[in-house]
Ligand binder design. Structure first.
Ligand code: IPM
Ligand code: MG
Length: 390
């Protein structure tokens, strides 16, 4: 056998560095304080970054609607919108960073972020191998919970997906390496603190919303250590919520059961590690009209970021269809934003307006092409509907 001593030595060095970084992260989690209290702030700063592709188009409509809903608070100086430039693929490539330093400083100067989709360079795309801006932001701001609601009322579907957002295959997703020309490794990470905090949030949500079932989704039959620990830690939290039934599913059979009309109505809260949450939330969103209709909240103790669950759709831009992009994912994210900052009445009103526009009245329908309404027309439509509701 060839002598691989040098390769192994190098690999061990890299591995050690990864583990050291993760141990620091664990210590930070241990000393983390409580969730920020938005009511105690003099001014709540909402940073807005448009992102790439269709991002700026759909984000600008979401922002317009949000500013309309918060107009009184903006006028009273209680809420401030801050434009954050530079979270574009061009600037990120130029700076060689997933999130350039000045952009990161600007993000950290806000409490809440409304973020459009950003382009993620992929191996072999010709772009440099910089980390996804989403993933980098979730990690840098410690946004550990990715909450993705999916509703199809006429089919009895009302799911809330709690996706762990800082660990699993994403924790060091850009730090895998080739040990030799033939052997490559990536890593998946689970920590006790990371599993505990997402589980608490999911069970709390279930309790507060009178939902009596939480389904844990892993591949603990194969990925025994990290998924196994995730399950164990979730069960420890589940024990604190005896009124809630906890069941376990493997990710493969869960993807199947979600398409079973007899069984899928029974699911309420799904709690999953990062990668399964990514995959299953796209599948789930398809039932409500596709990923273009789904928004999400990325919640941490200090910061929170609201975004679409989909990517930047560069093809829509190259085909000249960007102005027909659907802003509903970002608008649904705004519902979650309003609810998160304690403005539940306004969140409910926006949600009602979106339901009217998308499912009931449907005066303007987005098709993604010239056959349908433009993103701006839909933004106007939502605002007119909001006005009628007040
Ligand atoms: C999502 C997206 C991202 C993810 C991509 C763009 C990196 O698919 O928010 O679900 O995988 O988390
Ligand atoms: Mg995804």
């Amino acid at each position: 056998m060839q002598n691989y001593d040098k390769n192994l030595e190098l690999a061990c060095e890299k591995f050690r560095k990864i583990l050291e970084e993760q141990l620091v992260r664990v210590e930070n989690m241990k000393s983390q304080g409580d969730f920020v209290d938005y009511k105690s702030l003099d001014v709540l700063k909402i940073g807005v970054c448009g992102g790439d592709g269709i991002g700026p188009v759909i984000t600008s409509q979401a922002r317009r609607v949000l500013e309309f809903i918060l107009a009184d608070l903006v006028k009273a100086g209680k809420v401030e919108f801050v434009d954050i430039e530079g979270l574009t693929i061009e600037n990120r490539i130029a700076k060689g960073k997933a999130i350039p330093d000045d952009v990161m400083d600007a993000l950290k100067a806000c409490h809440i972020i409304l973020k459009g989709p950003t382009t993620t360079p992929q191996k072999g795309s010709g772009m440099p191998n910089i980390e996804s801006a989403n993933v980098a932001m979730r990690k840098a701001l410690d946004l550990f919970a990715n909450i993705r609601p999916v509703k199809v009322p006429e089919e009895g579907i009302n799911w809330t997906i709690f996706r762990e957002n800082t660990e699993g295959g994403y924790a060091v997703g850009s730090s895998g390496f080739n040990v030799t020309d033939d052997l490559a490794v990536d890593f998946t990470i689970t920590t006790k603190q990371g599993s505990d905090r997402i589980a608490r949030l999911a069970y709390d949500y279930a309790r507060k919303n009178g939902l009596n079932r939480v389904s844990l989704v892993t591949k603990a039959n194969v990925i025994k250590t990290t998924d196994g620990n995730f399950l164990e830690d979730c069960h420890k939290v589940a024990d604190l919520y005896p009124e809630i039934v906890t069941d376990e599913w493997y990710a493969d059979i869960m993807t199947a059961k979600l398409v079973d009309p007899k069984r899928r109505k029974d699911f309420k809260v799904l709690l999953l590690p990062n990668l399964y949450g990514d995959i299953i939330s796209d599948e789930a969103a398809e039932f409500q009209g596709g990923v273009g209709t789904a928004g999400c909240a990325n919640i941490g103790k200090k910061y929170a970021m609201f975004e679409a669950i989909h990517g930047s759709a560069p093809r829509m831009v190259t085909e000249g269809r960007a102005k027909y992009a659907d802003p509903c994912s970002m608008l649904r994210a705004c519902v979650m934003l309003l609810s998160h900052i304690g403005l539940q009445d306004r969140a409910d009103k926006l949600e009602r307006a979106l339901d009217i526009c998308s499912f009931e009245e449907k005066k303007y329908v987005i098709t993604g092409r010239a056959t349908g309404a433009t993103c701006a027309e839909f933004g106007d439509y939502v605002m007119t509907t909001l006005q009628k509701l007040s």
